[in-house]
Design a protein around this ligand. Structure first.
Ligand SMILES: NC(=O)c1ccc[n+]([C@@H]2O[C@H](COP(=O)([O-])OP(=O)(O)OC[C@H]3O[C@@H](n4cnc5c(N)ncnc54)[C@H](O)[C@@H]3O)[C@@H](O)[C@H]2O)c1
Ligand SMILES: [Zn+2]
Length: 367
């Protein structure tokens, strides 16, 4: 028997779309039995990228094969540049030529890019087929694989095409994280810190106690930490699947983080940009949400201890940041719903005109 944590993502009042999130070590070996629990399918597609293919997807294909599950493996080019509608069309074309029908099951085996592409293809292929997430980066395990947001980028912006389509299961095996670069681990921790700051003070304490030791993927507390970060996202999505209100708190650090990614032409990774965005939001929280200096200092120290930035990059131009901010699809009718924290584990939405946010930011960037 495998040791694992089973968390349930409940979609409010629609139990048939609720699903399990499994977190543990060595649990990929149980994937075949989890698939059988979900029902019977006509065919199986493993969608991965060229980096993850030899590391996880091929061994998994062999393992499924020895349990009488025959799969077709499709490997996409790695990285954000592959997250286009062209890749989705190619993928759908391949599914069609392999005879995939509405009873086929897709498995997304990779980071957030593979998960978003596969989920989107599953949402639109034959008006929707089931899929499973097997996230292989820390960021994907604690964030992108959960919640049913799928999609691809347009040349003018990230995630501008998409659909909500919940997976049938998320299976996160910590053993696959050992091959991740240390930068990629830090990126994932930015989202874990976010989860702690907006909703879970106990998770914050664990992170604070462990500090940089967490970057070692053999740390025994990692399983609890990933499960707790997943649970935060599940609780928020359960209350607001379509981001009409509460789900916005998941954007803590992201309004600025996304603007920073765009302003640097994506030369900064998502987690590093979010960390810098959270640091600014923490300083704003001290001024506008009553966050105490002690709590702000502890939050900033945690970001720093995990090797993430707490300042915007020195060479960033305020104009490019502000113009990227204006294009943010989350800004509605000139009002920005900026997420702050009133305390560790307690997010609050601070709605303000975008010009006001820009003015405050100009002070922060002090240009
Ligand atoms: N849908 C959502 O709710 C949501 C939420 C957050 C982020 N995202 C999306 O997620 C994407 C970022 O995800 P990511 O950080 O996982 O990036 P990614 O998928 O590009 O993975 C980063 C790199 O790591 C490699 N990799 C993956 N697993 C590995 C492993 N086990 N060992 C070694 N290398 C491995 C990949 O091949 C890739 O080169 C962005 O496109 C972002 O928009 C989506
Ligand atoms: Zn994020």
């Amino acid at each position: 028997m495998f040791e694992m944590k089973r968390i349930r993502l409940e979609i409010r009042s629609e139990t048939d779309r609720s699903y399990d999130i499994l977190v543990g070590r060595g649990i990929l070996d149980s994937l075949h039995s989890e698939i059988h629990r979900l029902g019977s399918f006509s065919s199986f597609g493993l969608v991965t990228d060229e980096v993850v293919r030899p590391l996880v997807a091929e061994p998994l294909q062999n393992q499924l094969q020895s349990n009488s599950i025959d799969t077709t493996l499709i490997a996409l080019p790695p990285g954000e540049s592959a997250k286009t509608i062209g890749t989705v069309l190619d993928l759908c074309q391949q599914l069609l030529s392999q005879g995939f029908d509405r009873r086929s099951l897709l498995l997304a085996i990779g980071g957030g890019v593979v998960g978003d592409i596969t989920g989107f293809a599953a949402a639109i292929y034959m008006r929707g087929i089931p899929y499973i997430q097997v996230p292989t980066t820390l960021l994907a395990q604690v964030d992108s694989s959960l919640g049913g947001k799928t999609g691809v980028d347009l040349p003018s912006g990230k995630n501008l095409l998409g659909a909500f389509h919940q997976p049938r299961l998320v299976l996160s095996d910590l053993d696959v994280l050992t091959s991740l670069s240390s930068d990629a681990r830090r990126d994932g921790f930015a989202e874990v810190i976010k989860a702690a700051l907006i909703e879970d003070p106990e998770l914050f304490s664990i992170l604070e106690n462990e500090g940089a030791d967490l970057l070692d993927t053999s740390n025994p507390l990692l399983e609890t930490i990933i499960a707790k970060a997943c649970a935060v996202k599940c609780r928020v999505v359960n209350r607001d699947e379509r981001e009409s209100g509460l789900r916005r708190i998941l954007n803590f650090g992201h309004t600025l983080g996304h603007a920073l990614e765009a302003a640097t032409n994506y030369n900064i990774t998502h987690g590093h940009a979010v960390a810098a965005g959270m640091a600014v939001a923490i300083r704003f929280s001290q001024r506008w949400a009553g966050l105490t200096k002690d709590a702000a200092d502890r939050a900033l120290a945690l970001i720093r201890n995990l090797g993430l930035p707490t300042e915007l990059p020195g060479d960033i131009h305020s104009e490019s940041l502000l113009s990227a901010l204006e294009k943010d699809k989350k800004i509605q009718a000139g009002i920005c719903h900026f997420v702050l924290i009133a305390n560790i584990g307690q997010a609050v939405i601070h709605s303000l005109p975008v010009e006001e946010l820009q003015r405050r930011l100009e002070e922060e960037v002090s240009l």
